[in-house]
Design a protein around this ligand. Structure first.
Ligand SMILES: C[S@@+](CC[C@H](N)C(=O)[O-])C[C@H]1O[C@@H](n2cnc3c(N)ncnc32)[C@H](O)[C@@H]1O
Length: 243
């Protein structure tokens, strides 16, 4: 998107607001991931403010992170328990985690899509694979693109009340698979823009990326509570292990 800089998209303003609207699936996510980390350790790619990492660490699992945005890490550090988490500042497609190996590497909340090239996404799978123990798993949670897209240009009404309107204005390029979005918020205080670009991947392309990285799909679920993945699933939770 013209004028969009991925390196600053999770800057001071977004990080300050990030934890104000929790997603609501944190307990289920933590239960699912804790079961896979068992008594090992976990590495979160794009750890953000610790929405998942902090409660996962409270289960007695060592959780480390890789994160690009110093502002998101700053927010993580302010939260109770956030200082105990070891974080490497860097790009999840290339940075090395604080430890050599983990029984669980995970990347949730559609964040694989924040890498804007196919090559970057493949390198992310390779980087995850390089951090796994022999029996370790890489968990990816992402939306199913066909459940999101309504043609190549569309607007979703995210919130509509007497005092606030939030519109999600989207344009999709099927050649690059890039979805440019701008969350536009109208309130009495004025208009606020929230731009983000994503490269969407269908599950089948993701499985090929995993294969290039020496991994294979072990399980795919439609939700954190083991809901089956079906043709109408809006997201998937995919568990990859070494081939
Ligand atoms: C939607 S937030 C998710 C944060 C956290 N995983 C969660 O579930 O709340 C996306 C995060 O990805 C980070 N990010 C984006 N691109 C990245 C990259 N290439 N490497 C590492 N972190 C990245 C952003 O800075 C932001 O913190």
């Amino acid at each position: 998107m013209e004028g969009f800089d991925p390196a600053t998209s999770f800057g001071p303003e977004v990080s300050r607001r990030y934890d104000k609207s929790v997603r609501g699936d944190e307990d289920d996510t933590v239960r699912f991931l804790a079961g896979l980390a068992a008594d090992g350790s976990a590495l979160e790619f794009a750890i953000g403010t610790g929405r998942i990492a902090i409660p996962l660490a409270q289960q007695g699992i060592r959780v480390d992170g890789i994160e690009l945005s110093p502002d998101m890490i700053g927010r993580l550090r302010e939260r109770p328990g956030g200082n105990e988490i070891d974080v490497t500042i860097g790009d999840m497609s290339s940075a090395t985690g604080p430890a050599d190996e983990y029984s669980l590497v995970y990347l949730v909340y559609n964040t694989i899509y924040n890498l804007l090239t196919q090559d970057g996404q493949v390198r992310c799978f390779e980087n995850a694979a390089s951090h796994l123990t022999a029996t370790g798993v890489f968990v990816v949670e992402a939306g199913v693109p066909s459940a999101w897209l309504r043609g190549n240009q569309f607007v979703n009404v995210e919130r509509l009340s007497a005092g606030e309107v939030i519109l999600d204005v989207n344009r999709y390029d099927p050649l690059t698979q890039i979805l440019d979005e701008n969350h536009v918020s109208f309130t009495d205080d004025g208009v606020r823009l929230g731009p983000i670009s994503c490269r969407l991947i269908w599950p089948a392309e993701m499985d090929l990326m995993a294969r290039i990285a020496g991994l294979e799909l072990r399980d795919r679920w439609g939700g954190w509570n083991g809901e089956p993945f079906t043709a109408s699933s809006e997201r998937h939770i995919s568990v990859y292990a070494r081939r």
